[in-house]
Design a protein around this ligand. Sequence first.
Ligand code: FE2
Length: 253
Amino acid sequence: MIIAQISDCHVMNEADHPHNLQLQDAVARINSMKQRPDAVAITGDINGGDDLTPYDQAAIILGKLEMPFYVIPGNHDDRDALRQTFDQRGYMQDNFIQYGISHHDVRIIALDTAVTGESYGHLCEERLRWLSIKLAEDYESPTVIIMHHPPYESGILSMDGTRCYEGDALAPILKQSPNIERVMCGHLHRPTFAWFGGTIAGTCPSTAFHVAADLLNPEENLPHAEEDNPAFQLHYWSGSRMVTHQVSVAKRN
Ligand SMILES: [Fe+2]
C-alpha cells in the first residue's frame, strides 16, 4: 500500500495563486503515478485565506484526486468548513475531527490537534482517551497516525512555540501499541524525522512554501526557504516496513 501525504496547502481564493497551482501539480503527479497511491492523507492547513471562501477552491483541486483522501484540521482550518467541504463519506462525525479508517492495508487514525483561534496544537484528555480506545481495537494491523502539529521540538524555535504540547502524554499511549509505523504530521513546512513514542514521527513539507532549517535561531520571524521547492511524501508499506519518499513539485510564480 502507498499513502501519499499532502500538507499545508494554504489554498487561496484566486484560482491561479501559486499555492493553488502547486497543489494542482501535486494532485496531477499523484494521479499520474504508474503505481498510484491507494489513499492520500492531507495533514491540515488546507485554508490559506483570511476567511472560509478558499475551501471552494480546495474542494475543486482536491476533488480531482482519483483515490480516497482523508483530511484533518490545521491551525488555519475551520472544523465546520472542513466537514461541509469534505465529509461526503461521513467519517468526521465526532466533536473533534478524529476518526479511524480500517479498510486499507494500513489503518489510518486521524487526530485533531487544532485549537480554535490559536496557532499551537493541543490534545486534551478527551482526544487522548479516544486515541487509547481506538488503538486498543487493533494491536496487529499496521497503523499510521495523522495529525497536524508535531508533538516534538524541531529546533526551529519560531515553529516549536506552536507545536503540540502534549507530547509527554501522547508518547506513552503510542508506546502501548506495537503496530504504529508512522506518526505523520504537517505544520513545520519542511521534512523532519524523530523517534517518538516508540515509533518514527515525521513532518511532511508544504505544497505551498518551505520553511528553512534555521535551527536554534531565537528570532521570531518564520524563516522562509525560497530556494526549496514545495513537496509531498509517499509512505510505502512493503508488507513488513514503511519507507518514506519525498517528491518535489516545481515552484509557480
Ligand atoms: Fe501551515
